[in-house]
Design a protein around this ligand. Structure first.
Ligand SMILES: CC(C)(COP(=O)(O)OP(=O)(O)OC[C@H]1O[C@@H](n2cnc3c(N)ncnc32)[C@H](O)[C@@H]1OP(=O)(O)O)[C@@H](O)C(=O)NCCC(=O)NCCS
Length: 172
């Protein structure tokens, strides 16, 4: 399994939701927690499609709530594995809101999660590698290593001095 390689597109998982009153705060805006649950669910599907295994959420690397989402909005989440390491996979989820008149999709939020493929006993298990297909895939693939090191340093699983790729984050 570890020597196999797959394209990011093979892992794509999408879902479309309508924001209902139960999902909103008193201002009629989508709760961040509700959006996070949708993100986690669709990201798990992408991780499953890449690995063919049960995959658990190991870390939430980044979530940006850039724009408020209104009650009644049509929200589409699209998840794709950007890079696989040994047993872990980085999944990027783009969240768009549909313009009801034009049908155009406006990117409102983005999240980056790390999933780990596990066996029947919950132990981590190797997954196929990723071969980027597009320029965007390649950029995300390259940046994933820096994000992994940052996540591992924050989690206390890697010493800062060993995080050689992190310096690239601070380059102009
Ligand atoms: C995630 C989990 C399987 C890792 O177990 P572990 O014993 O630490 O396993 P390993 O040491 O083999 O690490 C597995 C992978 O996780 C990665 N990992 C663990 N924590 C991480 C973090 N905070 N950020 C990024 N990667 C992380 C490791 O780097 C390793 O990656 P690699 O195999 O690609 O090199 C385990 O901690 C777990 O089951 N956690 C609970 C998950 C869960 O319940 N999620 C919510 C419900 S789905």
């Amino acid at each position: 399994m570890a020597n196999q390689t797959k394209y990011p597109s093979a892992s794509i998982a999408t879902t479309t939701k309508v924001v209902l009153p139960n999902d909103t705060n008193t201002l009629g805006k989508l709760f961040g927690g509700a959006l996070m649950a949708w993100i986690d669910e669709i990201a798990a599907v992408a991780a499953f499609r890449h690995s063919g295994r049960v995959a658990v959420t190991a870390a939430i690397n980044n979530v940006s709530f850039s724009k408020q989402i209104d009650l009644g909005a049509i929200v589409t989440l699209s998840a794709k594995v950007s890079r696989a390491f040994n047993s872990s996979m980085e999944v990027i989820i783009d969240v768009t809101v549909e313009d009801r008149v034009t049908g155009e999709q406006d990117l409102s939020n983005q999240a980056i999660l790390t999933f780990v493929a596990v066996d029947q006993n919950g132990r981590s298990i190797a997954v196929p590698e990723i071969t980027p297909e597009t320029e965007e895939d390649q950029a995300r693939y390259d940046a994933a290593l820096r994000r992994r090191q940052l996540s591992l340093v924050i989690a206390g699983r890697m010493k800062a001095e060993d995080a050689t790729e992190l310096r690239a984050i601070f380059k102009a």
